[in-house]
Write a protein that binds this ligand. Structure first.
Ligand code: PFF
Length: 453
C-alpha cells in the first residue's frame, strides 16, 4: 500500500487542476450533457445543473479531495483509516467505475467508428439518416469497435504509459476547446439555429420536474468524476501547499464550460438540421446523428474538421477511461495484493463480460430490456442515478456526523482561505443529505409506478 512518504505528487496547483480536468472532461461533457439538456427542456436543465455544480458539486469535490489529501490514501482505504466501520463506503464507491467503464468503452467504440468513417472519406454517408441506427444495430460491428477501444485503454494502463498520454493531453485538450468553439460559432450562424439557441438558453418552468433534478444530479456526479473515489485518489497526490478551494473552482468552471459549449453547438444544430422537437429526445444517439450533419454542411473542409473533431473526442474519452480503469486496477491490487498485469487482465475480463451486452443491446440482443431501457441505458441509470447518489448521501452522513465537517474544513484551510465555509457546513450536514434522500425516494417511487412524476 502507498504511504504518504512514497507517494508521488503533482507539481503544483495547475498540474493538479489539469490532471483532474483530464479525468473530468470526457464523453460526459461532449456526448452526455447535450443530450440530457435537449431531453430535459434546455434552459431549465442548464439552470438546475449550474445551481447543483456550485453548491453540491463544489462541496463534494472539496470533501473528496480533502479526504484524499488528509489520509494520503486511495478511496479503498481512506474511509476505513478515518473510521473503521466505514470501509464499506470505499468499496462501494470503487465498484461504480467498473460499471461505468463497461459501457464507456462501448461508447468509445462508437466514437472510434466515426473516426474511421471520417478518415476513410465516408463522412457524407455518416451524415445520412439511418447511418447511426444501422451501425449500432448491426450484429457484431459495435462489438468490434468496442473491443478495439477496450484494447487501447487496456494497453495504456498495462504498459503504464498513462503519463505520456497525460502530457499529450495538455496540448490536445486545449485544441479540442478551440475546435469546439470554432465549430460552435460556425453552427450558430446557420439559418434556423435561433430557435435552438432560445430553447437551450431560456428556462421554461413548465418543463421542470423532479426528473430534471435527478438527471442533472446524475450528470453532475458523472461529469465531475464524483462519488466514485477518483477525486479522493487525486487528492492524495496533492501537495499540502496547494489551495483546494481555488483548485475546485477552476476544475468546476473548466468542466462546466466545455459541457456548456458542447450543448451550445449540438442543441441548436438539432434545430437547424433535424427539425428540432422530434429529435430532441434522441438520447445517446444525439451527438452521433447531429454532428456529421454539421460537418457535411461545410463541404470538403467538413471531412477534415469532422475527422479532427472525432479524433479529439476520442482522445478526451481515452483520458477518462484510463482514469476509470486505473481506479479499478488499483482497487483490485490494494484489496487482493495482486501484481499490476494480473489485476489488469482481471479488469479486462470484467469489462468484456459487462460491456458485451451493452454493445449487442441495440442489435442482436435488442429484445433484452429492463423497464423499457436498453442495457447501456440501464447501466448508465444504475450507476449515475442510483449508485452515485447513494454514495454521495453516505459521504455527507460520514462527513457531517462521523468525522465532522471541521476535519475537511481544517484540511482546506491548511493551504488557503475557505470562502464558502459557511455554505459548506450547512450543505454537507443538512441540505445535501435531505435533498439527495428526497430525490432518491421519489425516483424509486416513480420507478415502481407509485408516484407519477
Ligand atoms: N468525467 C468523465 C466524463 O465526463 O466523461 C467520466 C468519468 C471519467 C467519470 C473518469 C469518472 C471517472 F473516474
Amino acid at each position: 500500500m502507498d504511504t504518504q512518504k512514497k507517494r508521488a505528487s503533482f507539481s503544483g496547483r495547475i498540474g493538479f487542476v489539469l490532471a483532474a480536468a483530464g479525468s473530468a472532461v470526457g464523453l460526459g461533457n461532449i456526448w452526455r450533457f447535450p443530450y440530457l439538456a435537449a431531453k430535459y427542456g434546455g434552459g431549465i436543465f442548464l439552470l438546475v445543473y449550474f445551481a447543483l455544480v456550485v453548491t453540491f458539486g463544489f462541496s463534494l469535490m472539496v470533501s473528496e479531495i480533502s479526504l484524499g489529501r488528509k489520509t494520503g490514501r486511495s478511496v479503498i482505504s481512506a474511509y476505513s483509516m478515518l473510521s473503521k466501520n466505514w470501509g464499506f463506503l470505499g468499496v462501494i464507491s470503487a465498484l461504480i467505475p467498473l460499471v461505468i467503464l463497461s459501457y464507456y468503452c462501448i461508447l468509445g467504440g462508437w466514437v472510434a467508428k466515426y473516426v474511421g468513417a471520417f478518415v476513410s472519406g465516408s463522412s457524407v454517408a455518416a451524415s445520412k439518416d439511418g447511418y447511426f441506427g444501422a451501425f449500432i444495430s448491426a450484429s457484431v460491428e459495435p462489438l468490434i469497435w468496442g473491443v478495439l477501444y477496450i484494447a487501447a485503454t487496456f494497453a495504456i494502463v498495462l504498459l503504464g504509459v498513462e503519463k505520456g498520454i497525460e502530457r499529450a493531453g495538455k496540448f490536445l485538450m486545449p485544441l479540442l476547446v478551440v475546435l469546439l468553439a470554432a465549430v460552435t460559432v460556425y453552427a450558430l450562424t446557420l439559418p434556423g439555429s435561433g430557435a435552438g439557441i432560445k430553447y437551450y438558453l431560456t428556462p421554461d418552468l413548465s418543463r421542470f420536474s423532479v426528473k430534471t433534478i435527478l438527471a442533472a444530479l446524475g450528470q453532475m456526479f458523472y461529469s465531475m468524476s464524483l462519488a466514485m473515489g477518483i477525486m479522493v485518489t487525486y487528492g492524495s497526490y496533492m501537495k499540502k501547499t496547494d489551495d483546494i478551494a481555488v483548485a475546485v473552482k477552476q476544475i468546476e468552471w473548466f468542466d462546466t464550460g466545455i459541457a456548456f459549449l458542447a450543448g451550445l453547438l449540438i442543441v441548436p444544430a438539432v434545430f437547424t438540421f433535424s427539425g428540432g422537437d422530434s429529435t430532441l429526445a434522441a438520447g445517446p444517439s444525439l451527438m452521433f446523428v447531429t454532428m456529421p450533419k454539421v460537418f457535411a454542411s461545410m463541404g470538403v473542409a467538413g471531412t477534415v474538421i469532422g475527422a479532427m473533431f472525432f479524433i479529439l473526442v476520442l482522445f478526451a474519452a481515452l483520458t477518462s477511461s484510463i482514469s476509470l480503469m486505473e481506479t479499478v486496477v488499483s482497487v483490485i491490487r490494494d484489496k487482493f495484493h495482486m501484481s499490476r498485469p494480473k489485476a489488469c487482465f482481471i479488469t479486462l475480463g470484467l469489462i468484456l463480460a459487462l460491456g458485451t451486452p451493452c454493445a449487442l443491446g441495440f442489435g442482436l440482443w435488442s429484445g433484452l430490456s429492463v423497464g423499457g431501457m436498453s442495457i447501456l441505458d440501464l447501466f448508465d441509470f444504475v450507476s449515475n442515478s442510483v449508485a452515485m447518489p447513494i454514495v454521495a448521501l453516505l459521504m455527507c452522513v460520514f462527513i457531517g456526523y462521523v468525522i465532522k465537517p471541521e476535519s475537511v474544513i481544517s484540511e482546506v484551510k491548511i493551504s488557503g482561505k475557505f470562502s464558502r465555509e459557511r455554505m459548506y457546513r450547512i450543505f454537507i450536514k443538512y441540505v445535501a443529505p435531505l435533498f439527495v434522500a428526497a430525490i432518491l425516494v421519489s425516483s424509486v417511487l416513480d420507478g415502481l409506478g407509485i408516484l407519477d412524476l
